[in-house]
Design a protein around this ligand. Structure first.
Ligand SMILES: [Zn+2]
Length: 303
């Protein structure tokens, strides 16, 4: 597998020497050099307002550059935010709050807030709404993640479902692994005409009757059938997900969806020619309504 290019610290310091450089980048990535002013409709010119996170148009109207981003209403200087994004982008299994705390000299609470926001940013990125299609093989599997903490501090295992096709994977939390739940989510995320590869779990047994081309691979006997069909693609993902979760002493049901978003974001870009950091800072206006955790709900399937 070719190495994904990262953004190194030298390039980072040159591009983002201070908070203003970061603000300028966010302004340009959101409104560009040749975008009409949302207020007056004219092109005109924009200038940064001194001491504020806003730009002023030649018609004198202002734009708050950070509104709708994870940086809005934060006291942390933008270049530190960007540095935290760089650290998260360049790590293969995500960063811990304690690491950010040391790197950035933050308090414990701030570093947790920062890490949450970075996850929300990754989880908010666009993902395919459906995978597969005629002639394509879609691999589906579910896994149980143990010891997830519930709001009442009890612990429970949680079922997650993974749907993979051609190197892209979608993952979400299921309420159970009953047949109806699995089928409903297959209908929702898999394009008609796909060939579905699963294990022999009874939950998948009606797929053929429902009109799907279905291959069930018997795990007990061998991890592949004689045509070379396996569910390995999703199983590899489970290994990565479980390893990431194991790094936390506690994973709560509240934080799990965002963590799924982060792991999926990284996994789906493992062969991307663009650095993850560049992709993360290319589109930062993911939260127009100001609700940072709203996109995370996309990782809770069929609640
Ligand atoms: Zn204007």
């Amino acid at each position: 597998m070719p190495m994904r290019p990262g953004t190194g610290i030298r390039e980072f310091v040159e591009r983002f020497p201070d908070a203003d450089a970061c603000l300028d980048h966010i302004f340009r990535s959101r409104w560009g050099d040749h975008t009409a002013c949302p207020k007056c409709g004219q092109f005109g010119t924009w200038a940064k307002v001194k001491g504020k996170n806003s730009y002023r148009h030649s018609c004198r109207s202002h734009i708050n550059v950070l509104k709708g981003t994870i940086f809005h209403k934060s006291n942390l200087p933008l270049n530190l935010w960007f540095y935290a994004l760089l650290l998260a982008a360049n790590s293969s299994h995500g960063v811990r709050a304690s690491f950010l705390r040391k790197q950035l000299g933050l308090g414990l609470k701030s570093s947790h807030r920062l890490l949450d926001a970075i996850r929300w940013q990754m989880a908010a990125y666009s993902r395919p709404t459906m995978v597969g299609g005629p002639g394509k093989k879609v691999t589906i599997d579910e896994a149980q993640i143990q010891n997830i903490t519930l709001p009442d501090h009890s612990r429970q295992s949680v079922i997650v479902m993974g749907i993979a096709c051609e190197g892209l994977l979608l993952c979400g939390i299921l309420p159970d692994r009953k047949r109806a739940t699995l089928v409903r989510n297959i209908d929702r995320f898999v394009r008609p005409g796909s060939t579905i590869v699963t294990d022999c779990w009874t939950g998948y047994q009606t797929l053929k009757e429902l009109g799907w081309d279905h291959i069930a691979v018997n795990h007990q006997r061998a991890f592949h059938d004689f045509q070379g069909n396996t569910t390995n693609e999703v199983e590899t993902y489970w290994t990565i997900l479980k390893r990431t979760i194991r790094a936390y002493r506690q994973m709560s049901i509240v934080n799990l969806p965002a963590l799924l978003g982060e792991v999926e974001f990284r996994y789906n870009r493992r062969q991307s020619p663009v650095s993850i950091f560049d992709e993360m800072i290319a589109k930062l206006d993911s939260f127009p309504d100001g609700n940072l955790s709203a996109p995370v709900q996309r990782y809770v399937w069929d609640p």
